[in-house]
Every structure is written in structure tokens, then in C-alpha cells.
Design a protein around this ligand. Structure first.
Ligand SMILES: Nc1ncnc2c1ncn2[C@@H]1O[C@H](COP(=O)(O)OP(=O)(O)OP(=O)(O)O)[C@@H](O)[C@H]1O
Length: 248
């Protein structure tokens, strides 16, 4: 069996008296799409913050392909191959889609590139390729402010892909997206993940999306993983239905 891509072992984090991670063990396997579900405040976003270095565990360890990243900075972790797309897209809304992408491409090449002119042929070419990956090539010249939320989310995902991640963490990728846009957005996201060989973890409150798109589901409750397995199995578990799905 191959080593897990990400391995989180016995991780603990508290905020004041709140145990946001209370002995968490999670392995993410290469190539899978893993959904995280759980009630509000159960620790899902904290898990993503731990994996990306924004929150440091009080105890436990986090390994990426066997390498200990527990104490690495967010920047170092990004370079090692973990990217995140935010619940609220982190875009410069007063600029065009292509400008946002060219900035991300320049940032990937190093700090000094950001100070050079952005609109260089190499930046534009890579930015255009990223937009094609998520099917947004026709939106390149649009101002972000004019776009529907689903398209902004895809732009945000293209920004994360500019970092060439092996693992992409998504915090509620369809939050704020209209019901008509949700499935097309997720279909495009899944196509990109498969074509680029990117492993993904997504936090989600919409159970239809979890059933349709996840290979595996882990269930969070009060800082602990309380169930882990295929969607059919986990989401028909009476305890999960009662304590988690019923209250989301
Ligand atoms: N930086 C912080 N400072 C203080 N408390 C925090 C911090 N981050 C998280 N918490 C607390 O830790 C607990 C878990 O929060 P977290 O955001 O991880 O939950 P969640 O499952 O993602 O919730 P939601 O579904 O509402 O986004 C909550 O009680 C929250 O208030």
C-alpha cells in the first residue's frame, strides 16, 4: 500500500476552553476526493488551518508524503504542495480575471516577480492555461466584480492551481453559489482535479454534493473524527444521521 499523501496524527488544538482538535487522526490518500462534514463549530476549518500552517497544534504531528511539516510556515507548506481555496474568494475584485491570475503566476515564481510588470507573455500564457483548465477562458477580460459567485469561486480555484498543488483544500467551495450553479461548478472542479492529478479535501454542508462527489467522508463532532468511510456507508450510519446530518 502506498504511503498517504497527508498524515495527521493525534493532533490537539484548543482555543481558550474550546477543543477544536481533540486527538485527530486523519490520512489523505493520493488521488482521492475527501469530504469533511460536521456541525457548526466542530473544528472543520481548524483542520484546514492546521494542514496549511495557519494554526499550530499544541500536540501531535502533520506529515506530507512522510515529511514533517508540523512547524512549517504557511508559505513553506504552500511551496511543498498544499494549496487552499477560501470560503470567501480572495480576489482583487476591481481587476480583471486575467490580472488576478497573472498576479498568482508571478507570485508562484517568487516575490521579486510581483514587482516586475505583470502582463508579460509568460505570465499571460500560464494564466490563460489555468483559465482554460477551469473553463473560464471566455471570462479572462471580465472584471471580477461583475461575475456571479460561481465564476468567482472557479477563479479562486484557478488561483490555487497556479501554485501547482498536489493537495487542494477547499472550505465550502459552493457556499454562496446559487443552486443552479452548484453542480456545474463541482463538475468542473472534479474534471480539473482528475486531469491535473490533484488530491482534494473539501469541507461541505450540502449533503447532496458530498454524496455525489466524495470518494470518502470524514465526520467531525466537537473536535473529533467520529466517522470515516465511503459516503454510502457513513451517511447512512444512524448515529451520523442523528448527531451530525440532522443538525447541519
Ligand atoms: N482563531 C480562533 N480563536 C478562537 N476560537 C477559535 C478560533 N478558530 C476557531 N475557534 C473556535 O474553535 C471551534 C471550531 O471552529 P471551526 O471554525 O474550526 O469550526 P467549523 O466546524 O469549521 O465551523 P463552521 O461550520 O461554522 O465553519 C469553534 O468553537 C470556534 O469558535
Amino acid at each position: 500500500m502506498t504511503a498517504p499523501l497527508l498524515s495527521v496524527r493525534d493532533v490537539h488544538v484548543s482555543f481558550g476552553g474550546v477543543r477544536a482538535a481533540d486527538g485527530v487522526d486523519v490520512e489523505v490518500r493520493q488521488g482521492e476526493v475527501l469530504a469533511i462534514i460536521g456541525p457548526n463549530g466542530s473544528g472543520k476549518t481548524t483542520f484546514i488551518n492546521l494542514c496549511t500552517g495557519y494554526v499550530k497544534p499544541h500536540a501531535g504531528s502533520i506529515h506530507l508524503e512522510g515529511r514533517d511539516i508540523t512547524r512549517n510556515t504557511p508559505r513553506q507548506i504552500t511551496k511543498l504542495g498544499i494549496a487552499r481555496a477560501f470560503q470567501i474568494p480572495q480576489l482583487f475584485t476591481e481587476h480583471r480575471v486575467i490580472d488576478n491570475l497573472m498576479l498568482a503566476v508571478a507570485a508562484r515564481q517568487g516575490f521579486w516577480q510581483v514587482l516586475a510588470p505583470l502582463d508579460q507573455p509568460a505570465h499571460r500564457q500560464r494564466a490563460t492555461a489555468l483559465l482554460e483548465m477551469v473553463g473560464l477562458q471566455d471570462q479572462a477580460e471580465s472584471d471580477v466584480a461583475t461575475l456571479p459567485e460561481g465564476i468567482r469561486k472557479l477563479t479562486d480555484i484557478a488561483l490555487a492551481l497556479a501554485l501547482e498543488p498536489r493537495l487542494l483544500l477547499l472550505d465550502e467551495p459552493t457556499a454562496g453559489v446559487s443552486s443552479g450553479e452548484k453542480f456545474p461548478l463541482m463538475d468542473r472542479l472534479m474534471n480539473v482535479l482528475r486531469s491535473q492529478g490533484v488530491t482534494a479535501v473539501f469541507v461541505e454542508h450540502d449533503m447532496d454534493l458530498v454524496r455525489r462527489y466524495a470518494d470518502r467522508v470524514i465526520v467531525w463532532n466537537q473536535g473529533k473524527v467520529v466517522a470515516d468511510g465511503p459516503p454510502d456507508e457513513v451517511m447512512n450510519d444512524p448515529a451520523v444521521l442523528r448527531d451530525v446530518v440532522g443538525v447541519i
